[in-house]
Design a binder for this molecule. Structure first.
Ligand code: ZN
Length: 69
């Protein structure tokens, strides 16, 4: 992905985009934790793990850029 960077120990994709995806006017200046992170679980019967870069995860998070307000 070229819009996110994967953070191995936090098991999440952190967005590279700073512009807020919610209000479209604000921007996330510096705080990664202001972003909105959605958990993605693999709930399929056959495959129970998400495989990314040869590492298996039961859950990963995908960040959506979000400003403070
Ligand atoms: Zn916003």
């Amino acid at each position: 992905m070229d819009t996110h960077t994967f953070h191995q120990s936090r098991k999440r994709f952190e967005p590279l985009e700073k512009k807020c995806s919610f209000c479209k006017t604000g921007s996330n200046k510096s705080k990664m934790e202001d972003n909105c992170f959605y958990s993605v679980y693999n709930v399929g019967d056959r495959l129970n793990l998400i495989v990314f870069r040869n590492v298996k995860f039961k859950e990963i998070k995908i960040g959506i850029p979000r400003c403070e307000s």
